[in-house]
Design a protein around this ligand. Structure first.
Ligand code: R5P
Length: 337
C-alpha cells in the first residue's frame, strides 16, 4: 500500500470546431487520422450561441479550432464559448487554434483614444480558459506577448515558398514587401529564394480611415524582374493591388501575389482578377468559397501545417523544426483547398 493512487498514463487529443469553417477542421482531422468530435451548436432567437460536446472531454488535450471569417464577431464569440465549455468539462489543456486571428492588425494605437483590440482578443481567450494559442502569420509577431502563455505562431511562408519554387522560374525574381512592416518576412523569403534581390513599397496611410493607403513608391530595382509580393492578408485588396500597379509602372516584367489570409472583402476579387498579376497564391486559413475563386488563384491547404503543429504540441515535439524542415517534413505534395 502506498499513499498514492496510481493514475492512468493515458493521454488523449481531441479536436473540436466551431461553425465558421468546419471543412478546415475536417481536413486537419484527416491529416491526424481522427474525426472531429461532434458539438451541438445553435443560436437562440436573440442571437446568443449555445454549444455542448456530445462526448466526455475530461482529461483530454483539447484543440478548439475556429476560423475568424465573417461574421467575425460571432465566430470569435462562439470560439470563446466553446473554450469555456471545454474548461468546465475538465479538459486537461485547451489550445485555441485561430488560423487567422481576427483583430490582429489592430495591435497598436495610431491616435489617442483608440483601443488595442488585438490585446483584448488575447485577454478574452485567457478569460475563457485557453492555455495556449496556435495561429498562422500573426499580423505582428510581437503580439504573441499579448498572451501570457505559449503561442505557436505558425508560418505559412515555408509552404508558400515551396509552392513558388516548384511552380515558377525563380532565376529572375525580386521579392517585394508591400509595406515597411513586412520587410523582415520579405527578407526571409529572399533568403529562401537563393538570396534574390529585395524591394519594398513605401506606403503612407490615411490613419483616420480603414483600408486606405494614400501614396506609394518603390524602393529597390524592379525593372524587368519577376516580382513576388508577399503580405499577411488581403482584405479589400487595396494594399496589394496598389503595389502591383506601382511595380508595373516601374517596369516589372511580371508580378505574383502571395498572401496567407484571403479575406477577400469588398471588390477584392474583381480587382485581383483584373490587376494584371500573373498568379495569386493564398492559403485557406479562412474559407475561400467558389464565388470568390478565379482562374489564376491558387488556394493551398493550411491543414497539413496545423496538423503537424498539433502533433508536435501533443507529443512534446518541436514546432520550430516544422519551419526549418518544411516541406520535407510533409513530403512534396501540395494539398489544394
Ligand atoms: C496591413 O498592414 C496589412 O498587412 C495588409 O496589407 C492590409 O491590412 C490589407 O488590407 P487591404 O487588402 O484592405 O489593403
Amino acid at each position: 500500500m502506498g499513499v498514492l493512487l496510481k493514475g492512468t498514463p493515458k493521454k488523449n487529443l481531441v479536436l473540436v470546431t466551431g461553425r465558421a469553417y468546419p471543412k478546415l477542421a475536417n481536413d486537419v482531422a484527416k491529416q491526424l487520422g481522427i474525426d472531429v468530435l461532434k458539438t451541438t451548436s445553435y443560436d437562440f432567437a436573440d442571437g446568443e450561441i449555445y454549444c455542448r460536446y456530445t462526448e466526455s472531454v475530461r482529461g483530454t488535450d483539447a484543440f478548439v479550432l475556429q476560423s475568424h471569417t465573417q461574421p467575425i464577431n460571432k465566430w470569435i464569440m462562439e470560439q470563446l464559448i466553446m473554450i469555456d465549455a471545454m474548461k468546465r468539462a475538465s479538459a486537461r489543456s485547451i489550445t485555441a487554434i485561430v488560423p487567422f486571428l481576427g483583430y490582429s492588425r489592430q495591435d497598436k494605437k495610431h491616435l489617442g483614444r483608440e483601443p488595442i483590440s488585438s490585446r483584448l482578443i488575447f485577454d478574452l481567450f485567457t478569460t475563457a480558459g485557453a492555455d495556449r494559442i496556435m495561429s498562422v502569420d500573426l499580423h505582428a509577431a510581437q503580439s504573441q506577448g499579448f498572451f501570457n502563455g505559449p503561442v505557436d505562431a505558425l508560418q505559412a511562408m515555408p509552404l508558400l515558398v515551396s509552392y513558388v519554387r516548384d511552380s515558377m522560374d525563380i532565376s529572375n525574381v525580386t521579392v517585394v514587401s508591400p509595406d515597411a512592416g513586412r520587410i523582415r518576412v520579405a527578407e526571409q523569403w529572399a533568403s529562401r529564394l537563393n538570396n534574390c534581390p529585395l524591394a519594398y513599397i513605401h506606403k503612407t496611410r490615411d490613419i483616420t480611415c480603414a483600408n486606405h493607403a494614400v501614396s506609394k513608391r518603390v524602393i529597390g530595382d524592379v525593372r524587368g524582374k519577376d516580382c513576388i509580393i508577399t503580405d499577411d492578408m488581403i482584405d479589400t485588396g487595396g494594399t496589394i493591388i496598389g503595389a502591383v500597379e506601382c511595380l508595373k509602372e516601374q517596369g516589372a516584367k511580371s508580378v505574383t501575389i502571395v498572401a496567407t489570409h484571403a479575406l477577400f472583402n469588398g471588390d477584392a476579387v474583381e480587382n485581383l482578377k483584373n490587376c494584371g498579376a500573373r498568379k495569386v497564391i493564398v492559403t485557406d486559413t479562412v474559407p475561400v468559397p467558389q464565388e470568390k475563386r478565379f482562374d489564376n488563384l491558387v488556394v493551398l491547404s493550411i491543414a497539413p501545417l496545423i496538423a503537424a503543429a498539433m502533433k508536435a504540441v501533443f507529443t512534446d515535439g518541436s514546432v520550430a523544426d516544422l519551419f526549418a524542415n518544411y516541406p520535407e517534413h510533409h513530403g512534396k505534395e501540395f494539398l489544394l483547398a
